[in-house]
Design a protein around this ligand. Structure first.
Ligand code: TRP
Length: 514
C-alpha cells in the first residue's frame, strides 16, 4: 500500500461520524417496538446486560480488526488468516443491501411525517388508522423513491461528510426535543401505567429465550455492528484513539437516546389509548402513531412535530448513507467505477429491493398484515444475520489475533483491560453466549415461519433443547440455511470472481496497487 490511509482529522470528527451511523431508527423506532413487544422492563434488563457485556466488546473487536489491518472487511479477515476470510468479509458488502432494503422504507415513513406534521394532516384523527392508510397510498411510493434518491445523491456527490457534520447540530437538537416530548408524555393523565410497564420487570418473562434473542439483535443493531461498518471506521482510527473508553462512551450516548425514546413512547401509548397495541404485531408501527398523538396535545405541536421529524430524518439518513457506502466504496476502488455510476447502480438495486415491503402495505387488514414482510426481514437480519457476523469479529480477535489484538485494543488507552480477563471474556464468554442465542434465534425464525413446530414456549425455559430438537429439525434447519445463504453465497462468489480477476491483473502489472 503506497498511499497512507486517510485518518480522521479530529477526535471529534470521528465521534460525530460514529454517532451519525449509530443513532437512527434503531433508537426511535426499533427499540420502542421491541421493548413494547417483549414486555417493557422485561426487555430492558437483557438489553442493558447484553449491551455492556457483549456488544461493547464486539464493537471494540471490530475497531481492533479495522485499525490493525487497515483494510475493509474483505481484506481484514483475510489478512489475519481467518478461514475463508475473503468470503466472510464479503458479507460486509452484501449484508448491508438486505438491511438497507427495509431501513430506507422506515426512513421514508419519517420523511412523510415531516410533511404530515407541518400540515397537521393527522390532527384529530385516529393516528393508527392514518398510518395504515398511508402505507396503502401512492405517497409511500413517492417518499420511498425520494429517500433512496436522496441517499444515493448524497453519496454520488461525495458529500456524506457534510451530512455527518450537519449531524453535529441535528443529533443534539434531536436529544433536546426528545426530552421535551418525554416531559409531555410522562405528564399526561394516565401515563403512570406506561411508566410502570417500562420500569417494572415481570420476572417470568426474563426466562424467555425469545426476549434475550431479540435484545441481543437490538444491541448489535443499534451500535451498527455485524455489517462491517464499525470495522471500516476502525480502519480510519488513529492510534491515539483509546478504544475501550470510546466504545463505552458511544454505547452510553447511543443508549441514552433509546431509553429516552422509551420514556417518550410508553407513557403516552398507555395514556392516549394505544395500551393494547403495545406488545401486539401492530407495535412495529408504534413510534409512528404514538408520537403524532403526543404532538397533537403539545403546544405548537404542528411545528414541533415537523421539526422533530426533520431531525429524525437526519438521524435516519446519516445511518442509511453509511449502510449504502461500503458497496459504493468497493465499486469505486475495486471495480473502478465512478462514484456517480456506483451510487446510481446501488440506488436502483436498493430501490427495487425495497418494493416488496411497499407493496405489502396494499394488502387488506391491520398494520400487522401490512408490515408482515418488513417485520420478518427485520427479524432475519436484525436477530440472526447481524449477531452472527458480529460475533465473527470477536472470534477473529480472540482466536486469530490473540495478544496482538488485545494489545491493539489497549493501545494508548487510559483504561487498560487485562489480557487474562480479555482472554476469558472475548474468547469464551462472548462467543458461547452469542452462539447459544444464535441457535435459539434460528430456531425461533424457523418456527415463526412454520418450518418447524413450536419448540420455544412464549415464556419458557432455555433448556427446551432436550425435548424439542429431533434429527428432522436439524435437517430442516440446514435446509433453510442453504436456501437463505445460497443467495448470499451466489453474490459472494460474484464478488470474489471480480476480486480474483483484479489480482490477476495486478500480477500482470496492468493495474497499479492502491
Ligand atoms: N445503528 C443504526 C440505527 O440505530 C442502524 C444500523 C444498523 C446501521 N446496522 C448498521 C447503520 C450498519 C450503519 C451501518 O439506526
Amino acid at each position: 500500500m503506497t498511499k497512507e490511509r486517510e485518518t480522521w482529522k479530529s477526535h471529534w470528527g470521528m465521534i460525530v461520524a460514529m454517532i451519525g451511523t449509530a443513532i437512527g431508527l434503531g433508537n426511535i423506532w426499533r427499540f420502542p417496538y421491541l421493548c413494547g413487544k417483549y414486555g417493557g422492563a422485561t426487555f430492558l434488563i437483557p438489553y442493558v446486560i447484553l449491551l455492556f457485556g457483549i456488544a461493547v466488546f464486539a464493537m471494540m473487536c471490530e475497531w481492533v480488526l479495522g485499525r490493525h489491518t487497515k483494510r475493509e472487511p474483505l481484506g481484514a479477515f483475510e489478512k489475519i488468516k481467518f478461514p475463508f476470510g475473503r468470503d466472510i468479509g464479503a458479507w460486509g458488502i452484501i449484508g448491508p443491501f438486505f438491511l438497507y432494503s427495509y431501513y430506507i422504507v422506515i426512513t421514508s415513513w419519517v420523511i412523510f411525517f415531516v410533511f404530515a406534521s407541518f400540515q397537521g394532516l393527522y390532527f384529530g384523527r385516529n393516528t393508527e388508522a392514518y398510518f395504515a392508510s398511508f402505507l396503502g397510498s401512492k405517497w409511500i411510493f413517492i417518499v420511498h423513491f425520494a429517500a433512496v434518491f436522496i441517499t444515493s445523491g448524497i453519496l454520488a456527490m461525495g458529500v456524506q461528510k457534510g451530512i455527518e457534520r450537519a449531524c453535529k447540530i441535528m443529533i443534539p437538537t434531536l436529544f433536546v426535543l426528545l426530552i421535551a416530548v418525554v416531559a409531555r408524555s410522562v405528564t399526561l393523565p394516565g401515563a403512570a401505567r406506561g411508566i410502570e410497564f417500562y420500569m417494572r420487570p415481570r420476572w417470568a418473562g426474563l426466562l424467555s429465550a425469545e426476549t434475550w434473542v431479540a435484545a441481543l439483535g437490538q444491541v448489535f443493531f443499534t451500535l451498527s455492528l455485524g455489517m462491517g461498518a464499525m470495522l471500516i471506521y476502525g480502519s480510519y482510527l488513529k492510534d491515539r484513539w483509546g478504544i475501550p473508553m470510546n466504545a463505552m462512551a458511544l454505547a452510553l450516548g447511543n443508549t441514552s437516546a433509546s431509553i429516552l425514546a422509551g420514556f417518550a413512547i410508553f407513557p403516552a401509548a398507555f395514556a392516549l389509548g394505544f395500551g393494547s397495541v403495545v406488545g401486539s404485531a401492530e407495535s412495529i408501527g408504534l413510534t409512528f402513531f404514538v408520537l403524532p398523538k403526543i404532538f397533537e396535545v403539545m403546544p405548537a405541536g404542528q411545528i414541533f412535530g415537523g421539526i422533530f421529524f426533520v431531525l429524525l430524518t437526519f438521524g435516519a439518513v446519516s445511518s442509511a448513507i453509511s449502510i449504502q457506502e461500503p458497496a459504493i466504496a468497493w465499486l469505486t476502488h475495486e471495480v473502478k467505477w465512478s462514484r456517480a455510476k456506483s451510487a446510481l447502480f446501488t440506488g436502483v438495486i436498493l430501490w427495487i429491493m425495497g418494493l416488496p415491503f411497499i407493496l405489502n402495505g396494499f394488502v387488506r387488514g391491520g398494520l400487522g398484515d401490512k408490515l408482515a414482510l418488513l417485520s420478518k426481514m427485520d427479524a432475519i437480519i436484525g436477530q440472526l444475520a447481524i449477531p452472527i457476523f458480529g460475533i465473527l469479529a470477536v472470534i477473529a480477535v480472540g482466536y486469530f489475533m490473540g495478544d496482538r489484538g488485545f494489545d491493539e485494543m489497549n493501545k494508548n488507552a487510559r483504561v487498560k483491560l487485562s489480557h487474562t480477563w480479555l482472554r476469558f471474556w472475548i474468547k469464551a464468554v462472548v462467543p458461547l453466549f452469542v452462539g447459544l442465542l444464535a441457535v435459539l434465534s434460528l430456531l425461533g425464525v424457523l418456527q415463526d415461519n412454520g418450518v418447524i413446530p413450536e419448540i420455544i414456549p412464549a415464556a419458557g425455559d432455555i433448556i427446551f433443547i432436550s425435548r424439542g430438537v429431533t434429527p428432522m429439525t436439524i435437517v430442516m434447519i440446514a435446509f433453510v440455511c442453504l436456501l437463505f445463504w445460497g443467495g448470499f453465497a451466489y453474490a459472494a462468489v460474484k464478488v470474489l470472481t471480480i476480486e480474483k480477476d483484479k489480482k490477476r491483473r495486478v500480477r500482470r502489472g496492468l493495474h497499479h496497487s492502491r
